[in-house]
Write a protein that binds this ligand. Structure first.
Ligand SMILES: Cc1ncc(COP(=O)(O)O)c(C=O)c1O
Length: 449
């Protein structure tokens, strides 16, 4: 009997161990296949989302919230590169380095009321957010904040709409004209026209605007898409200027003076990279205009997310602290982004030169009062021109799986495209490599002929 059990156990043990090994190996194969499938699905998803959607400029970006999902293996060098949106994912690396510094915890009972500061004209403005905004402008020196009302918005996109509402006359028969010098930020037209409002009317390029009557001129400086610093072009009465300073920060352009205008718009999206937080702010001189902007936001969304404002306050605090730190080991957000932009513009210019099929704007250097450096502007977008025989730059690049936004969206011709330079490193590097490989001698191959 004992012998029987011995033989039985030995045989069974062998079979059992074989079965365990096989099942373990199968499990390994399944897990590997699953991981690969997950990855392929993520890539496939991002490629599908990367396809340009006509007119859907504010559509969901190709980026996922998890940076690890958005990086690609080397074998995927043929993938589509979506640089259509100005999604500022290049900043993720900085905030990862910062670890928990900008983490906030909001208990379930906090931020429940609609109201933030009932004594303030902007009653939904979180006082700590306002404090950090003022502190940041003071440190950077890019805008005058004295005698201004701060109006917070769900991104500067909402503030732009609030401005249109605030400046339009409810009693006038005629809508107020809205203009901006071409090439202008493509969303201005889309937003102004989307509700077919009788209050305001998009009239396109400010340089060719000759209509009588009231107008709003949008001055974007540095400009999206071409990166140049701008002044108003309509030098006449009857108009109100709105300055969009989304990019007037020292990683993109020298801060030459403290901007001092009646209505100035800013956004955390391009300042710190937190586009998903949806927070912007306006500095407004005139109390009545500020009040009407607040009224619009009240009607539109009954205020602005307190959670987002608290998070924005913390993020701005970390940025301010990093600027004020005397430690050699602390890198400020602006220094991180400036160094990255220098590197990216250098690489892009080398690629453009190597290709010979494209050109880029040239900028004059300026003295930055914030950093004490002299440098050329490093815009968030490349305003790329395709040289002949390429006529439609957006289509040409799309056939090379580089997705950009064509000149027509910005009020100019199809030989131009706007390309975001704020994407993650792997996307940007692959883009530069691909652009550099398009050359006159192999152009027809790149045109698919
Ligand atoms: C010039 C300009 N203004 C406003 C915005 C919108 O910013 P936000 O994300 O705060 O709505 C952008 C975004 O690309 C922009 O380029």
């Amino acid at each position: 009997m004992a012998r029987f059990w011995n033989v039985f156990t030995l045989r069974n043990l062998l079979v059992l161990s074989l079965a365990i090994n096989v099942s373990f190996m199968l499990r390994l194969v399944y897990v590997t296949v699953d991981i690969k499938r997950e990855h392929m699905m993520a890539v496939d998803r991002s490629q599908r989302e990367a396809l340009p959607m006509q007119g859907a400029y504010l559509s969901v970006s190709s980026a996922t919230s998890s940076p690890s999902l958005a990086t690609f293996p080397d074998g995927d060098r043929d993938r589509a590169i979506n640089l259509d949106h100005g999604d500022p994912t290049m900043y993720e690396r900085f905030w990862q380095q910062e670890g928990d510094k900008a983490t906030i915890v909001i208990p379930g009972w906090q931020s429940m009321s609609y109201f933030s500061d009932i004594g303030n004209l902007c009653w939904f403005l979180e006082p700590e957010f306002a404090r950090q905004v003022l502190r940041l402008h003071k440190i950077v020196g890019n805008a005058v904040t004295e005698n201004r009302h701060i109006v917070v918005g769900t991104g500067s996109t909402q503030l732009f709409q609030a401005v249109l509402y605030a400046l339009a006359s409810q009693d006038s028969e005629e809508p107020v004209s809205v203009v901006s010098a071409a090439p202008y930020y493509s969303s201005y037209q889309a937003i102004t026209e989307c509700l077919k409002s009788g209050l305001y009317k998009w009239e396109g390029d400010a340089r060719s605007f000759a209509k009588e009557g009231r107008f709003i001129e949008l001055v974007t400086s540095p400009n999206n898409p071409d990166g140049f610093l701008r002044d108003s072009v309509l030098n006449r009465s009857g108009g109100v200027l709105v300055h969009d300073f989304a990019y007037y920060w020292p990683q993109y352009t020298p801060i030459t003076s403290s901007a001092d205008y009646d209505i100035m718009l800013f956004t955390v999206s391009k300042t710190t990279g937190h586009a998903g937080m949806r927070i912007g702010w306006a500095l407004v001189k005139d109390r009545e205009i500020a009040k009407r902007m607040v009224k619009y936001i009240e009607l539109n969304s009954i205020g602005v997310s307190k959670d987002s404002q608290l998070r924005a306050a913390k993020v701005l605090k970390v940025v301010c602290d990093s600027c004020e730190s005397s430690s050699n080991t602390t890198e400020s957000l602006f220094e991180f982004a400036y160094q990255l932009m220098v590197e990216r513009w250098q690489n892009l210019r080398v690629a453009v030169k190597h290709s010979g099929m494209f050109s880029l704007p040239e900028f004059s250097p300026g003295f930055c009062k914030f950093t004490g450096r002299i440098f050329e502007p490093l815009p968030a977008f490349a305003w790329l021109k395709c040289e002949e025989p390429i006529e439609d730059c957006e289509s040409f690049l799309r056939s090379n799986k580089i997705l950009t936004r064509g000149g027509r969206h910005f009020g100019v011709g199809p030989q131009y495209v706007r390309i975001s330079l704020l994407d993650r490193d792997d996307n940007f590097d692959l883009f530069v490599e691909r652009l550099s490989s398009i050359r006159k001698d192999n152009l027809y191959q790149h045109m698919g002929e």
